[in-house]
Structures are given as structure tokens and as C-alpha cells.
Design a protein around this ligand. Structure first.
Ligand SMILES: *Cc1c(COP(=O)(O)O)cnc(C)c1O
Length: 402
């Protein structure tokens, strides 16, 4: 089949809910992807922050193959070794006490919201509690997760969503305080906002939220689905700030490519929230994904990826600085570690740059506020950043001469 055959057949049978780029990927190797015509692409997207180890890692594939041959699924009515291993390792690297595995990021958010509601219900003896979320946040597409997502156009057609959600301004502690009532049960945020436009939290904001939550017995929920698992140079981004959440969500890179997420809690919250019967999932934490989680954490540590990210962040940022200096329509950059955004002037829709980059053999992403988002695999080396600079220069040059 030709590329166009694939695209035509896809559009005939798949619900058109994505405006996909006209690329048909066939395989990947290292930090490169290849389409069905054999064209090579340097990957600065990682399948939206998932493929931390790149493509074709032999040790990872061997671990998954071994688990497939042994036991694929059991349900959560029973224990299995991979679940024990994944849960133990995840709690250790996340510095949290208890884990619950889900099938996606959105489901991890759903679980976190239920934890907060149940915690407040047990404390107060009644329901009807409120959650404070941030403008420009992104927490997923299920109804609960959408309710705490601060982007109107994702939400509007689906009203009424979950009741009792209030929005505050990211990095503005007073705006959060203004939304607190005696019904507030949780404050949820991404320590480094992703889809909304790559906004890092300030130290003062993170510390202020922790004090506020301690003072009012509100649960602090960090969504580390995109910024966690080594991406910013720590296993989890909150560890840079030294501000520990009560509940944390993780997904995307957690399983190195398989669909898995988790929410994690402190012992204190675990003991005073959900109990057997309150929550569950058929697939969540099945043997296959747990083998992937356990191996991903092993690889993260063996390859010392958080340290690698920290070491190369300056090199990455130098490239972004070059673009900022060279092109008038590049207004700057922001981010942490291997999660960076190049700020593009509104006169050039960032989607057109992403399209042009694909033509030049470079996979990048966009984010809110006309940001060119880059999430390279965490194994990206200096030569990869040099290659990105060369390819993106060709792309941006094309916009200069237009
Ligand atoms: C991607 C993302 C989600 C949703 O995860 P899914 O696996 O797509 O459901 C939630 N929060 C953040 C911060 C994300 O980046």
C-alpha cells in the first residue's frame, strides 16, 4: 500500500477526531522514526513524551517479550509478581507510599479526584466538595479530567461537567487563595504545565501551595503525567522544588511505550480515603504493563537518564537561544530539562512550522499559546541536538524568506 492508500483507508474507517499529519510511520530505531517510504525523521516528540528510551531498546523489548510468554493478564482479583515489582519500584522513585495502576493519564487523574473527594467526605461526614485547578492546565479527556482542565474550547460542548471546580491563575498564589472555601478538598496542578504552553511553576508558588494546603487540610495533587519520569532531570519534577504532594499522577513515559498510568498517595491519605469497593479497573496494572514499568524504572536508573538530562539541558537551551537570536518571529523559549517550548510569534501559526518540520525530517509538537514544543527521548545525545538545530534551521529559514 502507498502512503496515500493508508491515509485514505484510515479516513474511511477511523472516526475523524484527530487532524493527523500526512505521515505514516512504519518503524523506529534509537531516536529516529521511519515512514512507509523509508524516509527518516529525528524524533523530538517521543510520541508525546512517552518513548523515553527511544525505539528498539533490546533490554526493554526482551523484558516485555518474556512477560508476554509467561502471563499477560490476570485482573486485579489476584496478585502477580510484576505488579509487586512495579509498585515497589515506583513508590521508591516517586518518594510516595502507595500506588494504584491505571491504563492512561486521564484515569490516573480520575482516581486522584476520587481520593480527594473521599478524603474530605470521611473527614466532614458529607459530600459536595470543591477542587481548585489552574488556567491553561491539561489533565485529560475523560469527563472528570476535563472538568479540571483549564482550556474552554476542550470543555464547552460537554457541560455540565463535574460540579464544584474553580480555576485559579498558575503561579499566582493569591488567585488560588481567593478560590478556597471550607468545601475545598484539593488543589491540582502540573508542576510544569505541558499542553497549555510549557509554563514552569515558581518555587514561591509551589511552597505557598504546600503551606496553604497544610493549613486548610486540602490535598495537594501534582499531575506529573508529562513532566515526570526523568523528563526534567529529576525522576519527578516536584523533587526539584522539595515540595511533596499528597497525591501524584504519572503516565506517558511510565511504561516506556505501553499504555499505563498510576496515581500515588502518602500513607496518611491512603489510610483516610478509598477503601476496597471504592475504585477499580480490569486492566490496570496488568502483568504486561507492570513488566514495562519495572523495566523502565530499571533503565532510567541504569542509564542514569535524569543526570543525562541535567547534563545536556544547557546544550539544548543554547540551541533554543540561537533560534531566539536569529529569528525575529522566535520570541524566546522556556521549560525545564528535555521539556522545552520555543515561543513563536502569533503571525506564524505553530502548526505550519510543525508541518514543515516533518517535511524536513524532524518530529516536533505544538502547545497552547503558539509554542513549538520539544520532548526528545531522554536518551538523546549532543549529536541529536546538533541535528535538530540543522533541520529546524532549514525549517525556520523557510518562514523567514516567505
Ligand atoms: C497527556 C496528559 C494527560 C492525559 O493523559 P492520557 O494518557 O492522554 O489520558 C494528563 N495530564 C497531563 C499533564 C498530560 O500531559
Amino acid at each position: 500500500m502507498t502512503k496515500q492508500d493508508y491515509i485514505n483507508q484510515a479516513e474511511e474507517h477511523l472516526f475523524h477526531v484527530y487532524n493527523r499529519f500526512p505521515v505514516v510511520f512504519d518503524h523506529g530505531m534509537g531516536t529516529y522514526l521511519y515512514d512507509t517510504d523509508g524516509k527518516e525523521y529525528l524524533d523530538f516528540a517521543s510520541g508525546i513524551g512517552v518513548m523515553a528510551f527511544g525505539y528498539g531498546n533490546a533490554a526493554y523489548e526482551q523484558a516485555l517479550n518474556a512477560q508476554i510468554a509467561k502471563l499477560l493478564h490476570t485482573s486485579n482479583l489476584y496478585y502477580h509478581p510484576a505488579l509487586v515489582e512495579a509498585g515497589t519500584k515506583l513508590c521508591r522513585v516517586a518518594q510516595m507510599d502507595k500506588a494504584f495502576f491505571t491504563n492512561s493519564g486521564a484515569e490516573a487523574i480520575e482516581g486522584a479526584i476520587k481520593v480527594a473527594k473521599k478524603y474530605a467526605f470521611l473527614r466532614d461526614g458529607f459530600a459536595g466538595h470543591e477542587v481548585i485547578a489552574m488556567e491553561h492546565s491539561f489533565h485529560g479527556r475523560t469527563v472528570g479530567a476535563l472538568s479540571v482542565t483549564g482550556t474552554d474550547h476542550y470543555r464547552e460542548p460537554f457541560y455540565p461537567l463535574m460540579d464544584g471546580v474553580k480555576f485559579a491563575t498558575f503561579n499566582d498564589l493569591d488567585s488560588v487563595k481567593r478560590q478556597v472555601t471550607d468545601k475545598t478538598c484539593a488543589i491540582i496542578l502540573e508542576p510544569l504545565q505541558g499542553e497549555g504552553g510549557i509554563y514552569p511553576a515558581t518555587n514561591e508558588f509551589m511552597e505557598g501551595l504546600r503551606s496553604l494546603c497544610d493549613e486548610k487540610d486540602i490535598l495537594l495533587i501534582f499531575d506529573e503525567i508529562q513532566c515526570g519520569m526523568g523528563r526534567t532531570g529529576a525522576m519527578y519534577t516536584w523533587q526539584h522544588y522539595g515540595v511533596r504532594p499528597d497525591v501524584m499522577t504519572t503516565a506517558k513515559a511510565l511504561g516506556g511505550g505501553v499504555p499505563v498510568g498510576a496515581f500515588l498517595l502518602t500513607d496518611r491519605v491512603a489510610k483516610a480515603s478509598l477503601v476496597p469497593g471504592d475504585h477499580g479497573t480490569t486492566y490496570g496494572g496488568n502483568p504486561l504493563v507492570c513488566a514495562a514499568v519495572a523495566k523502565s524504572i530499571d533503565l532510567m536508573e541504569e542509564l542514569q537518564l535524569p543526570a543525562h538530562v541535567t547534563e545536556l539541558t544547557g546544550y539544548f537551551e543554547e540551541k533554543l537561544e540561537h533560534f531566539t537570536q536569529k529569528y525575529d518571529f522566535v520570541k524566546g523559549y522556556r521549560g525545564m530539562g528535555f521539556m522545552q517550548g520555543l515561543l513563536i510569534d502569533e503571525s506564524i501559526p505553530v502548526g505550519s512550522i510543525v508541518s514543515k518540520a516533518l517535511e524536513e525530517g524532524l518530529v516536533v509538537l505544538s502547545a497552547g499559546g503558539n509554542v513549538l514544543r520539544m520532548l526528545p527521548p531522554l536518551v538523546m545525545e549532543k549529536e541529536g541536538f546538533d541535528e535538530m538545530e540543522a533541520r529546524l534551521t532549514r525549517v525556520l529559514d523557510a518562514f523567514t524568506t516567505e
